[in-house]
Design a protein around this ligand. Sequence first.
Ligand SMILES: CC(C)(COP(=O)(O)OP(=O)(O)OC[C@H]1O[C@@H](n2cnc3c(N)ncnc32)[C@H](O)[C@@H]1OP(=O)(O)O)[C@@H](O)C(=O)NCCC(=O)NCCS
Length: 157
Amino acid sequence: MDLGFESLRDRQRTIMSIPTYRKFKKTDTEAVINLWKTCKLVVDWNDPLKDIKRKLSIKDNLFIIGEINKKIIATAMAGYDGHRGYIYYLAVLPELQKKGIGSSILSIVEKKLYKLGCPKINLFVRNTNIKVKAFYKTNNYKKQDAQIYGKRLIDDN
Ligand SMILES: CC(C)(COP(=O)(O)OP(=O)(O)OC[C@H]1O[C@@H](n2cnc3c(N)ncnc32)[C@H](O)[C@@H]1OP(=O)(O)O)[C@@H](O)C(=O)NCCC(=O)NCCS
């Protein structure tokens, strides 16, 4: 009879371990999308699979994942367009949040962008995502005096 001890042990191991960080591999796709869904980062108007495929086509190695015991527990998708750096899909598994992992993966992509000569990072926080504002403030991000304008060139749905 499966009493769930193995999965309980895995869960405990996951909570107590320190993450390692590496660049995203195609085989991570399903686990990463599941993490994004768990973190409520997937919205109707964005197809996460298409977002991943587009990112990989750029080949900039700025899509980073954090893992513990081979389980993907964090992501950050960064980019640099020659003027500004961007960070998308910053996520940490809910049960591991508020342990410094979000700040760690953020600092890793910041260093990668800095090495590329990127002078400034901009990022978007949805108006509905209020609690994340404290996280960015702690990490020295400031609200900008600007409005975001967007125009869709490809509909994902
Ligand atoms: C945002 C996110 C990546 C932060 O990851 P994290 O591992 O929890 O962040 P950290 O532990 O490094 O937090 C550092 C500091 O940020 C602040 N902070 C983080 N989460 C917070 C929350 N929910 N409420 C208030 N402050 C918070 C705290 O000051 C915290 O320091 P403390 O632990 O000493 O209190 C994580 O909450 C997440 O995955 N959220 C869902 C997805 C999301 O909204 N992503 C951002 C899209 S813009």
